[in-house]
Design a protein around this ligand. Sequence first.
Ligand code: GDG
Length: 729
Amino acid sequence: MVSNRLPVDYDPGPEGPLGTDGNWRTSPGGLVTALEPLMRASDGAWVGWPGVADRDFEPFENDGISIVPVRLSTEDLERYYEGFSNDTLWPLYHDVIAPPSFHREWWDSYVAVNKRFAAAAAEVAATGATVWVHDYQLQLVPRMLRDMRPDLVIGFFNHIPFPPYGIYSQLPWRRQIIDGLLGADLIGFQRVADAGNFSRATRRLFGYTTRGTTIDVPDGEGRSRRVIARHFPISIDAHSYEELARRPEIQARAKQIREDLGNPKKIMLGVDRLDYTKGIGHRIKAYGELLAEGRLTVQDVTLVQVASPSRERVGAYMALRDEIELAVGRLNGDYATISNTAISYHHHGYPREEMVALYLAADVMLVTALRDGMNLVAKEYVAVRFDNDGVLVLSEFAGAADELRQSVRINPHDIEGVKDAIMYALEMPPRDRARRMRALRRKVFDNDVAAWSANFLQTLTGGAAVQAGVPENLVSALRELAAVDNLLVALDFDGTLAPHVDEPENARAVDGAREAVQRLLELPGIRVALVSGRALVSLQQVAQPSERVLLTGSHGIEVQLDTPGIELGLVAAELEELDTLARVLERISGSVEGAFIERKPAGMALHTRLASADEGREAQREAREQVSELLPGLTMREGKNVLEFSVRSSTKGDALAQLRAHTGATAVFYAGDDVTDEDGFAALGEGDLGLKIGPGASLAGYRVRGPEEVAQVLGLLADFRGAAAAREE
Ligand code: GDG
């Protein structure tokens, strides 16, 4: 692991920064908790800054993990950390809510410090090790590390948003940052939109080819390296939050908090680092107007706002503090009574136990971020509410809004909308609260931080053994998928529906899979397709598909889509190439006596056996030159007096695109086990679901062990679809 901060902090103690009686203190965030067992088992090391400037520390062992401290000077802190990281990148990446400052000496420091982190990681990583780099402070590390250590597998995760190109392009060092990130094998983002913004920036600035979640990065020697840029929404250690919430002393504390606040009918809560991205001011404004209009009184409701101190040496944060505290003071001055405050405001951090008690006490949780990578506070509130009560009001500009759809969603800029949402949340009947909270809890518990890190690392290394059974998060994803209007279920055959066998003609789908496919075929709004590398005739022989199954073979070259015969499916680009090819070859063959062309399904051949030897050779040379200039990358085969060109470069991704167009599907489920299925996964987009069978690196979002599990998955899909259809009736 490489991150700006270590999982332990050095506390210099009473003697001051140079004293000898300092202590190491663990700061266990969810990330550390999730990764600790894995780090211990794999002899892991964590590279980062220990939290005090100008001090050198030797690497040491903490709880089975090697800690490798990186030194930062006071000047590094000012320029690399407070400057470039928090006053350039942070505002830029959060939609320029505050104006970013661009200073060349900050950039120089950012480069130098990134190099230091990369060098420290390069020194401790074993041969072929996996290195996971975190966050916007260290975006140059992946490239630097790859240059130093080409043997490493490198992943990067961006905890904050990645902005649209129109904003990103303001950065004077925009090319260097993208190039730095592209040193990684896998770049993780919080939201689909962030990954999309990154891919677009890559295309605009470098012209690299991107496709779905992959980017082909040329290595300068005629080859290219495939980089994956995908979303991996981060989460929390949900069970540990629930466990705390169930403790009697914490529940007692929650009651006490309500009493201490003067027993208002309702408590609203905000918990944020004091940061201009969090929309604290917008929240207070909306609440203040509700009080002013008499829609709320301080006897009805109190707002508790925890604003933990943050980046206090950065100018924008000092100004924000003044602004917020002025607003809080005004509101309390105007509306508080001796027994009831309007806002109970706290500018300090609390222990986690106290946070959990606050979450338990809060009837309404207000998350009004103007832009937020994820927002873990929203997920923590949900994890704590094992009583299925409480209402989450959530900004649609927080990454968490992509998953937490049953929250009361708001646009924080729309103050009237926020006011209405607050009233709606305060007045929501218990039954509605419980229904929403149950759905939210399922989301948060299915994708906790352990699932998140396992998913990221499995995509990065692909090596982990796959467990039997259907994982919980896949079950909920299937439930959601089953609700779309028009679903395409596309399935690879060998290794997916049928176990691999020695003799290809003996492959057969497992019984459960055949039955499940049959059930799916009988449901409304679903099409089932087989997507295979086999020739179609061979696929038909082993799969014995029913008539309604759509078929594609030879990686999409052959298709049979609701027609009795086999067709060659050429994609639009190929048809265009075929046209160009025809024009070139017709011109040449027309000017050489005896030369003629032969059309093939996916290509064209120039025959010269009837021409004179000299003219024939000349015609072939011309054809070779012109085609390679006009249509580079076309497959060419040379025979005796014949030159054959083929436009076919079909993949399972192309097959899937054809199937999608043919069926007009609103969402696609794709399952496959082979490297060629990765092209299928790469063609998936938002709302689609990719399922990888077995181990190995993959772009798919989900994974199961083998065909038996695929049968279960398809069975579940049929169950959920059947239930959804019954509800509609
Ligand atoms: C960045 C991204 C993304 C806050 N005050 C106290 C306290 N906290 C804890 C919360 C929560 C964490 O700090 C804050 O996490 P957030 O996700 O809400 O926000 P950022 O700090 O901005 O985090 C963000 C995150 O990275 C992870 O990828 O979600 O979008 O901006 O866990 O509970 N904890 C305690 N006392 C406090 O006073 N104990």
